[in-house]
Design a protein. Structure first.
Length: 293
């Protein structure tokens, strides 16, 4: 499948990478964003360096696993679907040839290694990846699945996972309700306003304006007050932080490093930047103001 075919296939059911979102443990997506994607009401997230690197490294990591484990792996380039629960689909990275077992591949930044356990430790993957292989075992009726995570250099870790019937039930219930009560019924979930991806999602969902004016109700007036108060407090704290930093700089003079207690230090250095030309771009500016009416 090419990228367009893959995205269309993903929107025909609930896949393994969707389950963490339904469980509320995905730091990269919310239920509302997933709903909008499944219904084709919002474009997929644009590629970034991490996703591009993941695609490039997938074949390399699979080769490393095959060599280390002495196995043959088969790429599965099609949509797999549960034989009875058609809303459950899977796109797995690799199958073990001659075994009822699959492989999920992750190219992980070394700075995120603290979320993962030791090589060979069962189920010791980052929490938001735990439901994904369980979903695949459910769809394919496999008793086992491995997760291979590569952190750079020679740091390849393989985590064995086994089928869990209680996890099966949780996945079926969450996926069934979301697919039928939200996606098919056209009922969007409530936004998760405190989630870090909600603001970027709204920017993608509403990239421009239509010039219309809308009246705020009591609830929105409340949140407008909260936003104004929080912005004012942020400005106050920024001023306090600037004042405190001025005390440090005055004490340091021309020094480069100020030693504090323990291992803490405060550094100052000259940063020189080359001139550059800003390329054309557009964005939505949202701020408080007053009207002339």
């Amino acid at each position: 499948m090419n990228a367009e075919e893959f995205m269309k296939a993903r929107n025909t059911g609930i896949g393994g990478s969707d389950i963490a979102t339904l469980f509320g443990i995905n730091p990269y997506a919310t239920r509302l964003e997933l709903y909008l994607q499944k219904r084709g009401e919002i474009d997929p997230k644009p590629d970034n360096g991490q996703t591009k690197a993941g695609r490039v490294m997938e074949h390399v990591i699979a080769s490393m696993v095959a060599e280390r484990e002495g196995v043959k792996l088969r790429k599965v380039n099609r949509t797999l679907r549960h034989p009875k629960l058609s809303f459950l689909i899977a796109h797995i990275d690799r199958d073990f040839v001659g075994q009822q077992k699959g492989l999920e591949i992750k190219n992980v930044s070394p700075r995120m290694a603290y979320l993962w356990g030791n090589d060979g430790q069962p189920d010791a993957v980052a929490e938001h990846y735990v439901p994904q292989p369980h979903h695949y075992m459910l769809v394919l009726d496999y008793p086992a699945f491995d997760v291979a995570a590569y952190f750079g250099g020679d740091d390849l870790r393989i985590y064995p996972m086994e089928r869990d019937r209680e996890m099966d039930e949780l996945i079926i219930q969450e996926a069934h309700d979301f697919w039928h009560k939200n996606v098919l019924a056209g009922v969007p979930p409530e936004p998760e306003f405190d989630h870090p991806t909600t603001l970027p999602m709204f920017k993608r969902l509403y990239p421009g304006t239509n010039g219309a004016k809308v009246e705020a109700d009591e609830m929105i007036l409340h949140w407008a007050k909260v936003a104004e108060d929080a912005a004012e407090k942020a400005r106050e704290y920024e001023k306090v932080a600037e004042t405190a930093k001025n005390h440090l700089l005055a004490f340091m003079g021309d020094a480069a490093v100020l030693k504090l207690d323990g291992n803490r230090v405060f550094r100052r250095k000259l940063i020189q930047k080359k001139p550059y030309t800003v390329e054309a771009s557009s964005y939505i500016d949202a701020r408080f103001g007053t009207t002339k009416e």
